[in-house]
Write a protein that binds this ligand. Structure first.
Ligand code: NAD
Ligand code: FE2
Length: 381
């Protein structure tokens, strides 16, 4: 069995109402001036937390609201503003976009390195400040992962920083924070989380420890996503999705994703398609490309999705992909690149850009060439 290292936040708190405990946690750590990183739609529902921090004599300094799929430029202005404040910690409350910005702010606020020089694996030397994360989508799992992603508009690429220093000090996963997520965002973020689990289970570096998280995540998300999309107030479904997303996040550090995510990045980078939508759209096509490399693994994913084993591994794997397409369609997620107004003649450039995401392509079970990538985009068109 191959060796594996699990780097997780030393404190992971999960459960309805646990958000408030993050204020106690920060206060107990002696934090006096915390930088709150959040987004507009989330800010209005977290007054209770800001008040609890102030009551505990912790000043709250707020950044400008983080937009979806944040850019390098946005990050750099937020960093300048943060450097002008005397903050001693960072608190992220939001989706992956918010958490990623907060992670990089906490890492770089001391000015020892700049963001451009840390894109890649293990290039960040240290993190300047303590970091606590509360996810409000289910989701990226960014609250427990060592990753952060920004959109480099000049290069039209989403770029990732991967470092153990980006693993937060604490994650408080409160499913109640996700009740307000609109149906389309619930669908896209849930399918992203499902993709994390699937790509970690069918991965060149898959590992029995991570397989547990991955298969459990596949079950939880596939059984509950449609319920939460149809009724956002369904607390049971929301809790199951929050747990599935957390499991997906726990897969990201030790194993990470593969070709679905690699091919999704150019859709985000060039056409600003939301991360979850890009993944959901490409998922069936990349899985079919990969089947032959490990039919048994894909058949097991199918059974975790709730599909009956029927015939060979390959047939069962195909039934799993049909289930995924139907789930995504039922959730109202676009199914084709042409639905997103992406011109067909953009495919060669997208295939070229995807090949640059070597940090994920190296994990893919079946080696993938630029021509294969173009063929996959064609099949998704
Ligand atoms: N760091 C990682 O490990 C990791 C993993 C996967 C993806 N990502 C990155 O995360 C980003 C996507 O994050 P996301 O999918 O969570 O979406 P997001 O953070 O972009 O949020 C999507 C939208 O939902 C809103 N929203 C969030 N929570 C809400 C709530 N509770 N109620 C109402 N509205 C809410 C946001 O303001 C935003 O408008 C992408 O940039 C992606 O590349 C990071
Ligand atoms: Fe993702």
């Amino acid at each position: 069995m191959n060796a594996i290292t699990l780097l997780q936040p030393p404190r992971i708190v999960f459960g309805n109402g646990c958000a408030l405990q993050s204020a106690e946690f920060l206060a107990q750590r002696g934090v006096k001036r915390v930088l709150l990183v959040t987004s507009k739609s989330v800010r209005r529902q977290i007054n209770f937390l800001v008040e609890a921090l102030q009551k505990a004599r912790c000043e709250v300094v707020e950044t400008r609201f983080v937009p979806p799929e944040p850019t390098l430029n946005f990050f750099e202005s937020a960093l300048k503003e943060a450097q002008a404040e005397k903050i001693d910690s960072v608190l992220a409350i939001g989706g992956g976009s918010v958490i990623d910005v907060a992670k990089l702010l906490a890492a770089l606020v001391h000015g020892k390195q700049n963001v451009a020089e840390i894109f890649g694996i293990n290039l960040l030397q240290s993190r300047a400040l303590p970091l606590v994360c509360l996810p409000t989508t289910a989701g990226t799992g960014a609250e427990v992962s060592p990753n952060a992603i920004l959109l480099d508009e000049a290069d039209e690429l989403k770029k990732g920083v991967v470092s153990p220093h980006l693993v937060p000090d604490a994650a408080f996963v409160d499913p109640l924070l996700t009740l307000s997520v609109p149906p389309a965002v619930t669908a896209a973020t849930g399918l992203d989380a499902l993709t994390h689990c699937i790509e970690a289970y069918a991965n060149k570096f898959a590992h029995p420890i991570v397989d547990n998280y991955a298969l459990q995540g596949v079950k939880l998300i596939s059984q509950n996503l449609l319920r939460a999309v149809r009724n956002g107030a369904d607390t049971e479904a929301r809790a199951a999705l929050a747990l599935g997303s957390l499991y997906g996040g726990l897969c990201l550090g030790p194993v990470n994703t593969a070709a679905v995510h690699a091919l999704a990045y150019p859709l985000g980078g060039k056409f600003h398609i939301a991360h979850g939508v890009s993944n959901a759209l490409l998922l069936p096509h990349v899985l079919r490309f990969n089947f032959s490399a490990a039919p048994g693994r894909y058949a097991e994913i199918s059974t975790a999705l709730g599909v009956q084993r029927n015939g060979s591994d390959l047939t069962t794997a195909e039934h799993g992909v049909q289930f995924l397409s139907q789930l995504s369609r039922n959730c109202g997620v676009p199914q084709k690149l042409s639905d997103l107004n992406i011109p067909r003649d953009a495919i060669p450039a997208m295939a070229k850009a995807a090949m640059q995401v070597t940090r994920l392509l190296k994990n893919n079970l079946r080696p993938l060439t630029e021509a294969d990538a173009a063929q996959i985009y064609e099949s998704a068109y």
